[in-house]
Design a binder for this molecule. Structure first.
Ligand code: GAF
Length: 379
């Protein structure tokens, strides 16, 4: 638990509302080691939680009103107060739609009380590291905690997905909220989305002299611009034409229209790479994961066509400087990861920055991500 983060969320609540919160809940962002765009096709993913989190300090209200505030340093941003029973898709937008969407979906589960939520956090926003899901998950835990309603992580993940799909309007899968809820310190989480089966796989890159370097390209692309919904529809159409429940079941792309075939190829190859990565980790063969990460990037770039120049340059420069493999992550065209021998990390960072400057891109940001704890109650 990061007690500084939870204490400052509690302190922010006190400053705004003059009383202590009833509790503080928090949820992390995530990095997906491998298994991209497979979740909405019932496939496999392998995320881990990052140390950066969103904190929600909360107290129940008697009047059925939800009041939301975010606090960043001295800056406080508040949303228009809204009654829980008046929440409908479309009547809250911007950042407030995430916690409001969660309140809306939980109302359908009998969690109908009002609440004051004060939000703080350090997950980089819009960086493809799941800041919005960490906000939704922390809000869900806070609202459930205040009302005393118990729920499984599987149910909470599904409710958060409904909030995201139907209230916020983003057609995302189950990867991010499950990662935020279920990941544990020092592990990657193998998730079979269809069955819900989870395996916590120990992940200790440092013991192998390795690090997972996150490269935030800082280029701005929305989910829509990144072709997310379009790919998802393409996958559904391909599954329909192949006569399978989802592309998780596809074994070949034969017989499909030309434009759908690469989508299927990516699903087949990416699901295999996730299973192979798990096997290599279990056999302690960490270095051999590198080529799987690079193959994932190539597949996302060439078959799935969701990469962009900045991500391609980041992955290539990292590899040239000694990374064992690198790939784009997440649903927006924004961040990449590189598996890097610790002794060459400085060189990798230098070469990526240089390549960005040479191409006229803004300077990227980098940090080393270590698998951290999932969501929970902090105070
Ligand atoms: C986004 C979505 F939210 C996830 O559900 C997942 O599909 C991911 O993109 C791509 O793997 O983060």
């Amino acid at each position: 638990m990061n007690s500084t983060g939870s204490n400052s969320a509690a302190e922010a609540f006190r400053r705004l509302h003059g009383t202590a919160p009833e509790g503080v809940w928090s949820a992390p962002g995530r990095v997906n080691l491998i298994g991209e765009h497979t979740d909405y096709n019932d496939g496999f993913v392998l995320p881990f939680a990052i140390p950066q989190r969103t904190w929600v300090a909360a107290a129940a209200r008697e009047d059925g009103v939800v009041r939301l505030a975010t606090v960043e340093g001295e800056e406080v941003t508040t949303a228009e107060p809204i009654r829980v029973d008046e929440l409908e898709p479309g009547n809250v937008d911007g950042w407030a739609a995430y916690p409001a969407g969660v309140a809306w979906v939980l109302r359908q589960q009998g969690v109908a009380g009002g609440a004051d939520l004060v939000i703080t956090g350090d997950v980089p926003r819009g960086a493809g590291l799941s800041s919005s899901h960490s906000l939704e998950v922390a809000s869900a835990l806070a609202l459930l905690g205040l009302s005393g309603v118990e729920a499984s992580t599987g149910d909470i993940a599904k409710w958060v997905q409904v909030a995201e799909n139907d209230f916020v309007g983003a057609p995302t899968g189950l990867l991010d909220q499950t990662a935020s809820l279920c990941c544990t310190d020092a592990h990657v989480l193998f998730l079979d989305v269809r069955s819900g089966r989870q395996v916590q796989v120990p992940f200790d890159a440092a013991r192998h002299g390795l690090e997972v370097l996150v490269i935030d390209t800082r280029v701005s692309h929305s989910l829509v611009e990144s072709g997310y919904g379009e790919r998802r529809k393409g996958c559904e159409e391909a599954a329909r034409l192949l006569g399978v429940p989802s592309l998780r079941d596809a074994v070949s792309d034969e017989g499909l229209p030309e434009e759908l075939r690469p989508l299927v190829r990516h699903q087949i190859s990416e699901n295999k790479r996730v299973r192979d990565t798990v096997e290599l980790l279990e056999q302690d063969r960490y270095e051999e994961i590198g080529p799987l990460l690079s193959a994932s990037h190539a597949s996302l770039r060439d078959d799935y066509r969701v990469s962009c120049a900045e991500l391609d340059v980041a992955a290539a420069a990292a590899e040239e400087a000694g990374a064992l493999g690198a790939r784009m992550i997440g649903g927006v065209r924004r961040s990449a990861i590189a598996l890097v021998p610790a002794r060459v990390r400085g060189e990798v960072e230098r070469r990526v920055a240089e390549a960005f400057a040479d191409n006229g891109f803004a300077a990227p940001r980098t940090f080393v991500a270590v698998p951290s704890a999932g969501a929970g109650r902090d105070l």
